[in-house]
Design a protein around this ligand. Sequence first.
Ligand code: NAD
Ligand code: UGA
Length: 321
Amino acid sequence: MRALVTGAAGFIGSHLSQRLVREGWEVVGVDALTGYYSPELKRRNLAHLDGTGFTFVEADVLDLSLAEMGAPFDVVFHQAAQPGVRASWSEFPGYVRHNLVATQHLLESCLHSGVGRVVHASSSSVYGEALAPRLAEDALPRPRSPYGVTKRAGEHLIEVYRDNFGLPAVALRYFTVYGPRQRPDMAFSRLLATRLGAPPVPIFGDGEQSRDFTYVDDVVEANWLAAQPGSEPGTYNVAGGSEATVNEVLKLMTAITGGAPDTVTQEAAAGDVRRTSGLTDAARDRLGWSPKVGLEDGLRRQWEWLMGLPAEALAHYSDRS
Ligand code: NAD
Ligand code: UGA
């Protein structure tokens, strides 16, 4: 089997590419190594993919057709995006370019190259504030951030290509993903890095906001199952079932690392929702997916990985505030 993974140098894309290579797939990874966080860290992610079965193309998805990326592909895993909720107020043109214009370009190209299946990385941020205890996929999406707006619009594009042209496409709504190689702008990375000397990290608001944290291997497994020929195209929550508040996470980190992360309080951030919590019955029933890694176990694995990073890589964990 041959796959294209866009965003292959990123956090999730690099884990997914590794898994596909392990399964014996031939993988082409495309990544523009954008400057949202250090390209050095992205090159480190790619170092895990040295060897047979993986070809890296450093390019913007927008600049190439699928043929130029090495089509034919059985599956296109579209992970490339401009992520991050809070930066999306001030850097919106980049979100539109990477999350919308690039997605439409890729889908159009998939149509011409006859791809077997597209698996698209969507986000819990399409929902906005959780108005039900646990959100099912048919809940009305009401994004709270410009980032969420672009991720929801990306899903619309997927639906449009599925409905008009029969492009077999699956959208996976990931809920706050963590684990080794987590992006350095995200909460777990930043908080754990303070235990290794990074400057204090702001806690937004009262710290009682919660997330349905999802371990990266579980996200990779959902992609794997969604790519199987028999699985049903559609939109699925990929939520870890490990809901916790930021304050609870701080306590867990204190126990795991032997000391409290260094934090300062700051007012709540615009676009940050109070709670995310996803119902995963659809993924269980139709993809055969359920989360396997709990928060304490996953957090410990992320901490152990972070402790192994050399100082020059760790320095990038203080790049963004
Ligand atoms: P990441 O930034 O680590 O990875 C994304 C990669 O895409 C980066 O390496 C970047 O250089 C690349 N990229 C961006 N635009 C590109 C373009 N136009 N052409 C080529 N490469 C491009 O982010 P991540 O956390 O691994 O997120 C992966 C996907 O999952 C994204 O679509 C994101 O929106 C989605 N997602 C992530 C989370 C999370 O908690 N990490 C949660 C929900 C959804
Ligand atoms: C994450 C990703 O960054 C998005 O790309 C993704 O789309 C989104 O999950 C999703 O699930 O859809 P977020 O939940 O904001 O977004 O992830 P973190 O940056 O890890 O933040 C988790 C919590 O910690 C948030 O409640 C946030 O308010 C808090 N936080 C974060 C802080 O208090 N301080 C920080 O410095 C960073």
